[in-house]
Design a binder for this molecule. Structure first.
Ligand SMILES: CC(C)(COP(=O)(O)OP(=O)(O)OC[C@H]1O[C@@H](n2cnc3c(N)ncnc32)[C@H](O)[C@@H]1OP(=O)(O)O)[C@@H](O)C(=O)NCCC(=O)NCCS
Length: 175
């Protein structure tokens, strides 16, 4: 694989179906091992459907980016600012809500390139801190974020289907 040819570009409304597909594939690859089939199905049906993703794409303060190798979408990023943040730690917070890379491409610096994209946008817009929430059992992602310099500052509860889970909240000062 030639990482040099990786392109990061913003997702547009006419990419909706591609966004839905990469969202479902990466979510399934990441979480089906540790969650029941019915909870997975419920989340995918309720949260990764066309209407919901369209709404997210149109939300002021949210933006999505694809990582592309040629025509193939191999990962994506979702960022939130201002009222689009999933939690309002501060009005001037900058949230990475999702970084997902297809399993076949893990460990090839794609996640880091997506993170660097997020960081450059945050710096350009003069944010001081990037924050995110990550499932406590997602040890790989926690290791990845720790490698990027994030540290835990809090936690919160969320539900996947009928399963109550804990997210670790992490932050990185960038300015
Ligand atoms: C987490 C994820 C985005 C990381 O992306 P990736 O492309 O596999 O990671 P990279 O190759 O860019 O790794 C960047 C650095 O993090 C380190 N790293 C990545 N995964 C790691 C792991 N599981 N354990 C320890 N270090 C890890 C790498 O060693 C690398 O270090 P380096 O800069 O010294 O070389 C990717 O594994 C993924 O999509 N996982 C599933 C989705 C997910 O869990 N997303 C987060 C939930 S919001």
């Amino acid at each position: 694989m030639q990482i040099d040819s990786l392109i990061i570009r913003e997702v547009e409304l006419n990419d909706l179906e591609s966004l839905r597909q990469i969202s479902i594939q990466t979510f399934t690859e990441t979480f089906s091992e540790h969650n029941t089939e019915s909870n997975m199905k419920e989340y995918i049906t309720e949260c990764l459907n066309t209407d919901k993703l369209k709404q997210e794409l149109q939300t002021i303060g949210s933006s999505f980016y694809f990582a592309l190798l040629g025509q193939q979408i191999i990962g994506y990023l979702k960022l939130n600012t201002a009222k689009a943040q999933t939690e309002h730690h501060s009005e001037d917070g900058f949230e990475i809500e999702r970084i997902y890379v297809l399993k076949a491409f893990h460990g090839k610096q794609i996640g880091k390139i997506l993170f660097e994209k997020a960081k450059s946008i945050a710096l350009e817009k003069q944010y001081k801190t990037i924050w995110l929430g990550v499932w406590e059992k997602n040890t790989k992602a926690i290791a990845f974020y720790t490698r990027q310099g994030f540290t835990q500052f809090d936690h919160h509860l969320f539900k996947l289907g009928n399963d109550k889970q804990t997210d670790i909240l992490m932050e990185l000062k960038i300015n």
